[in-house]
Write a protein that binds this ligand. Structure first.
Ligand code: IMP
Length: 193
């Protein structure tokens, strides 16, 4: 097996995946390699279901073994939301700074500082063959917006035991800790061991 397709148009995720697969002899393809700009609607009720919708779609389009992830943040001060609505939530603000300020305010007001990121990765290698890999990282919402690296909620998430937000980490540091790094390493073990 020397080809794999990562079905995501998110440039930040693509960079993370390239780094994580760097030491393995496998060609990774992305949607732009096949001029696929459409993404199926994420109508599942869990990260796992949404990941499967995407990996199956990618597999059916290309017949290359395909993996896709669905991930997001759950924030204690928001009743453990936005969860699977993470993208829609951040996009509902004028910009990400406004979203971060809202979350930081809610966190300070409630004293509920915990948060976690979760990823489900689905790997579809034949039409009805799917394997699921999960990763979770627990942490807290930082008191201030810190760092410009990464994407999404990275500048306000402090993993437990870290003095840096994901937004202040290099890609390598983030991959070492992150929900996606954990899940991808499980996929890598599955593929290469
Ligand atoms: P997706 O559906 O897996 O692309 O993720 C939904 C949203 O969750 C993204 O648009 C980001 O806002 C957020 N998210 C997922 N993973 C991360 C991460 O590693 N860092 C920061 N935000 C993330």
């Amino acid at each position: 097996m020397n080809k794999i397709f990562f079905f995501s148009n998110n440039a930040g995720k693509q960079e993370e995946i390239k780094t994580l697969f760097k030491n393995f002899r496998i060609n990774i393809f992305f949607p732009e390699d096949f001029k696929i700009t459409y993404e199926p609607k994420e109508v599942g009720n869990s990260f796992a279901n949404n990941a499967k919708i995407k990996s199956l779609f990618g597999y059916e389009k290309t017949h290359i073994p395909c993996f896709a992830d669905d991930s997001g943040i759950s924030i204690e001060a928001l009743g453990w939301k936005p969860n699977i609505m993470s993208k829609r939530f951040i996009d509902s603000f004028k910009n990400s700074t406004e979203c971060f300020n809202y979350i930081i305010k809610k966190t300070k007001e409630s004293g509920k500082i915990k948060a976690y990121f979760k990823t489900s990765i689905c790997y579809t290698f034949e039409k009805n063959y799917h394997v699921l890999f999960e990763g979770k990282i627990e942490g807290i919402i930082s008191e201030k917006i810190k760092g410009k690296n990464g994407f999404g909620y990275d500048p306000i998430f402090l993993p437990n035991g870290s003095l840096k937000t994901f937004g202040e980490m290099t890609e390598r540091e983030k991959n070492f800790h992150s929900h996606r790094g954990i899940a991808i390493n499980k996929l890598i073990n599955f593929l290469f061991n």
